[in-house]
Each structure stands twice: as C-alpha cells, then as structure tokens.
Write a protein that binds this ligand. Structure first.
Ligand SMILES: Cc1cc2nc3c(=O)[nH]c(=O)nc-3n(C[C@H](O)[C@H](O)[C@H](O)COP(=O)(O)OP(=O)(O)OC[C@H]3O[C@@H](n4cnc5c(N)ncnc54)[C@H](O)[C@@H]3O)c2cc1C
Length: 437
C-alpha cells in the first residue's frame, strides 16, 4: 500500500510518522520549498530561532514520543511568565511564583462569574486531559448548550478582557467575540500546562524528518503543489493532481490524507467537491505577524519576561524568546487592531518599530539598539474554528465521503496546538488504514 499525505506541516509530518510506524509507504507532498509550514526556524545571527509553534507542553505526550524517535533533541524550560496592565498597574502571572498567590490573582481577574463558569471546565480537563481538545465529550456538550453565544457574551467583561482575550488572541489570533465556548477547552488545556522549547529550534526536528526520507517508506516531495484530489474510475484508486516547477502531473494512491489547513483544502477541492469546499470555508483563520529581534542589551528582567496588551493595541504579546534570552524579543501581532494596521505589505522595520513603541514604557528598549531580526507574516496564521464546530466537522466529513479512501486531518480537527495536530493525525491514520489490532 502507498499513501499520499498532502501538506508538510506538523499535521502532515505526524500523519507520515504514524503511517511509517505501520510500515506503510508514504509520499509527503509539500508546496513550499521546505517542509514545516507554521513551525520552523530561521537563522538570527548565529542562532536558530522559531517563528511559529515552538512551546511544548508537559502534556504533549504524542509530540514528545515523536521527538524521541527523531534524535531526542534537548528541551529547555520556557514556563509561563506573563504580565498585563490592570487599571494602570502591571500585574504578573508566573508559574515560577507561589502557586496559591497565582491562583488568587487568576480568580480575582476572572471575577465571581468567571470562576463559576471556568472552574468546572478547568477541573474537568485537570481530571482528564483528553477532554481538553476540540470535539471532546465534555466540550461538545458545552458547544451544544452555549455556542449560540460568543465567548464575549458567555463571560463577563472583566474575565473576557483579562483572562480569555490573552488566550484567544495568542492561540487563535481572534478576539473573544470571534470565538465560542465549545472550543475554549482546547485553549484552556494549553493555559493549564507548563512549557519547554527545543534548545536548537524546530529545524533540528525537521532535519531529522528529512533524514528519515528516501526511496523506501517515506518520500518527501518538496515544491509540489497539489491541485486536485479525486477518485480514479479506471483504477479504483485516488488520483491527485499536482504542479512541480510549473509542470502539471498526476499520481494515483491506495489512500490519500489531506493534512492541509481547512482553507487550503477548500481551494484544492473547489472544482470537484464544491459542497465540501464551501463547508471548509466556514472555518475561520486569522493572520499573525511574528518578529524576533536581538537587542544589544537585556530588555527583560528574569522575573518579568513577557506582557500581553489589550484590544486597543496591534501588539498582542511581547516576550523574551527563552528564559535566558533576555535580549532576544519575540513580538506577536494579532487581533482586530493588528489586522487593520499590519498586512502582507507592511515593512518589517515599521511593524517592529510599532511593537517597540508600545512595549518601551514597560521594558528596556530605549537606547537599546537592534542588532538583527527575523520577521514573518502569516495570512492564515491561527485557526479559530467555528460555532458548534463538531457539527460542522460532521458535515465536512459527510461531504468528503464522496472521495473514497480519503480523509482529512489538520489544525481544525482537535485544536491548533502541535499536540492536537498529532492526536488528529493519529485518528486520521486509524480512520484511513484501520486501527491496528
Ligand atoms: C505564530 C504561531 C505560534 C504558535 N505557537 C505555538 C506553540 O507555541 N505551541 C503549539 O503547540 N502550537 C503553536 N502554534 C500552532 C501550531 O504551530 C500550528 O497549529 C501547526 O503548526 C499547524 O500545522 P499544520 O501542519 O496543521 O498546518 P501548516 O503548518 O500550515 O502546514 C500545512 C502545509 O501544507 C502546505 N500546503 C498548502 N497548500 C498545499 C498544497 N496545495 N499542496 C501541498 N502542500 C500545501 C503548506 O506549505 C504547509 O507547509 C503556533 C502557530 C503560530 C502561527
């Protein structure tokens, strides 16, 4: 059996990994010149830094297993350390601080209504981590009951502004009035975790994946853009169309897995499966811009390494790249105001200047020259799902059922975190190949 996996981001890599584990031959198609998608590293001076997904939770079991197989790269502590302005005062939350003190601070930011509504969700996840993904039993019930509301309507303003927004803006690139209670479990699970990052960046892992490829079980076809997926009546197999170096070609497979973000899969299916394409387009993605800047001197103090900004700013978050990288700043621009000020056409220097202007009252940025930076704008950066998302996914799967021996995974299935992408990929492989005995 030979299977095509379309999309070489972490969802596609995870799918290929689970297929390879079952000794099934895989062709991984990636339209860009390199696999990785929204994870990956760039060289900043002599250091590899990650522009996309990089923080790995202590509960990322599937990803950590994969990392072990890929040469067991070294992790470094990242933690949770953040702060925000509340009534003009800078309030810090840190996993390194006293637990009870943090808990009281969070409860005060949530308010009574927020505690009453969020505590049962948090308790459910802490008891059973499997509930902290999209479409879990518990959060499906929450969706059925409350997804006629947005998160901004579901909770009171204090909790929305100080607790919910810092989470949705970071994980979905979306404002609370663009997110729904039934999907919030996948975010809450991340907020209840603590984090590490790969010391040498995600590129070491991507190199290990490339190293495993070859003519045998895993063949990686970079620069190959898939343009269509359909059943081939002559052979009974699945035919994909693709373009490589401007030349169109096709290939047939026993099974095909899409590991594309929903909107990319919609484009591929537009012509042959318009119903599935139109359903996939109901899933929302929002842009995010990330700049990582090296300064001459330290910008942060060890005990205050990050800050989130409210909805009036285009800068959603500024933070130290790592616990010991106090002169290396990661700026993240997402949310409604960011969408109106930062676009594909914005100049990196201007965007970084904007970030510096906003963050400088709180951190040592003045008279601290920039030495170098990397910058990325991702138009479809973060997935914010949809209202009653589980029902939309059921409809999508029914429509995708028109293509035999085909299934789709990705960041819109179980959640956008790297671990959720692994879980969705494993489930997709089980669906397409069958669960091993
Ligand atoms: C800035 C940022 C920070 C994040 N931080 C974290 C974090 O700290 N921790 C965490 O757990 N998660 C984080 N995430 C989320 C996580 O990184 C993403 O959800 C995940 O990487 C998505 O992977 P994917 O494979 O589903 O999609 P993608 O990475 O988008 O992969 C899809 C791939 O398909 C390719 N492609 C598109 N169209 C075609 C086509 N027609 N044919 C062939 N190939 C095609 C694309 O080039 C791409 O490589 C972050 C995301 C962003 C953007």
């Amino acid at each position: 059996m030979r299977v095509a996996v379309i999309g070489g981001g972490i969802s596609g890599i995870a799918s290929a990994y689970y297929l390879k584990q079952r000794n099934i031959a895989v062709d991984l198609y990636e339209s860009a010149e390199h696999i990785g998608g929204r994870i990956g590293s760039e060289l900043l001076l002599e250091r590899w830094v990650d522009f996309g997904g990089k923080n790995i939770g202590s509960h990322y079991r599937l990803f950590r297993e994969f990392a072990r197989v890929c040469g067991n790269p070294e992790f470094e502590y990242f933690g949770i350390n953040t702060s925000q302005l509340v009534n003009g005062r800078v309030i810090g939350i840190s996993k390194e601080g006293a637990r009870r003190f943090n808990m009281l601070r969070m409860m005060s930011l949530c308010g009574v209504d927020g505690v009453c509504k969020l505590y049962p969700h948090a308790r459910t996840i802490l008891k059973d981590r499997r509930q902290g993904v999209l479409g879990s039993e518990y959060f499906t019930r929450i969706a059925d009951r409350y997804d006629h509301l947005t998160l901004a309507d579901y909770l009171k303003k204090r909790c929305v502004n100080h607790v919910v927004r810092p989470i949705t803006i970071r994980m979905n690139g979306a404002e609370p009035d663009e997110c729904y209670p039934g999907n919030f479990g996948s975010n809450l699970a991340l907020a209840l975790d603590s984090y590490e990052q790969l010391r040498k960046g995600m590129h070491s892992l991507l190199d290990a994946v490339r190293f495993m490829s070859g003519p045998g079980l895993l063949r990686i076809s970079e620069g190959h853009q898939v343009t269509s997926i359909s059943n081939d009546s002559a052979t009974g197999l699945v035919r994909i169309g693709y373009v490589y170096k401007g030349q169109a070609d096709t290939a047939v497979y026993d099974r095909v897995i899409s590991a594309l973000p929903a909107l990319r899969l919609a484009s591929v299916l537009e012509e042959n499966q318009p119903e599935a394409a139109s359903l996939l387009r109901q899933i929302r993605y929002f842009p995010v811009a990330v700049a990582i800047v090296k300064y001459q001197n330290e910008v942060f103090r060890k005990n205050r390494r990050a800050m989130v900004f409210d909805q009036s700013f285009p800068l959603s978050n500024v933070g130290a790249y790592g616990i010991n990288d106090l002169d290396l700043v990661r700026y993240t621009f997402s949310g409604r105001v960011s969408r109106s000020l930062v676009s594909e056409n914005s100049r990196a220097e201007e965007v970084i200047g904007l970030g510096e202007q906003i963050a400088s009252p709180y951190f040592s940025l003045e008279k601290n020259p920039r030495e170098a930076f990397v910058y990325r704008y991702l138009a479809e950066g973060l997935c914010a799902y949809s209202s009653r998302h589980h029902m939309l996914l059921e409809k999508i799967d029914r429509a995708l059922g028109n293509i035999k021996d085909f299934a789709a995974t990705g960041d819109y299935r179980r959640g956008a975190s790297i671990e959720a992408c692994f879980r969705a990929a494993l489930e997709c492989v089980d669906k397409v190949i069958g669960v091993p005995p």
